[in-house]
Design a binder for this molecule. Structure first.
Ligand code: ZN
Ligand code: ZN
Length: 214
């Protein structure tokens, strides 16, 4: 995908390019995935813990990943989704199975614009690979929010409030939330809060890339 080499095997990225990807390997807070020394819970999570219990991110949201995730076409997406799901299952710790894998839902309006939801494709492949149930119907996005990249975190969190609806009963369940990019974590926080109100006891975020402030 990134060069002319044809030796990627099952992956869409060749071994050389894979080495050069912006892997998220620095010491990070286990709860939110942001940089933190000795993998300790960060001050922000201690002060106001997010609704999810842990975050795993493959990459930092930097070049060429940002371009890869932004400029894909449907055909390419399936290829990228396969690569990312393989790398996620190979890299993320998995001590106990999940009862449900829930992809970040898109608002129907956004879905109509894009034609597909990349997080659903990744979640579907993770579910197949890990043999854990995919549930892409339990949660829906009921609030349309314009892109909020430029807004401060507090405003984003406020804007996201009440954005999701969950139809299922998730009593005591371990839930994996799947998203392509985690920026501030405001949407994952709100989705996690929604599945926890539906009864989930443990919620993990599995994301392809995490935006890390420099
Ligand atoms: Zn390459
Ligand atoms: Zn944290």
């Amino acid at each position: 995908m990134l060069c002319a080499a044809a030796n990627g095997g099952d992956l869409a990225i060749c071994p050389e390019c894979l080495k050069d990807m912006p892997w998220h390997r620095q010491s990070a807070c286990p709860q939110c995935g942001l940089a933190s020394s000795d993998n300790h819970i960060c001050g922000h999570c201690l002060k106001s813990p997010p609704a999810f219990d842990s975050t795993h991110a493959l990459f930092r949201y930097e070049y060429p990943l940002d371009a890869m995730l932004q400029h894909y076409k449907y055909r390419q997406t399936l290829n990228i989704a396969k690569t990312f799901s393989e790398l996620m299952t190979a890299s993320f710790p998995l001590d106990q199975p999940f009862d449900r894998i829930i992809p970040m839902p898109l608002h129907p309006k956004r879905l109509a614009e894009r034609g597909f939801n990349q997080s659903v494709e990744i979640a579907r492949l993770l579910s197949k690979r890990l043999r854990m149930p995919l549930d892409s119907g339990a949660c829906t996005r009921i609030k349309f929010s314009p892109p909020q990249a430029s807004l401060p975190l507090k405003t984003r969190i406020k804007n996201m409030r009440g954005a999701f609806h969950c139809d299922a009963t998730l009593s005591g369940e371990r839930v994996m939330l799947v998203d392509d990019v985690m920026t501030t974590g405001a949407s994952l926080h709100e989705l996690a809060a929604t599945v926890k109100s539906a009864g989930a006891s443990h919620v993990e975020c599995w994301v392809v890339a995490r935006t890390l402030p420099r």
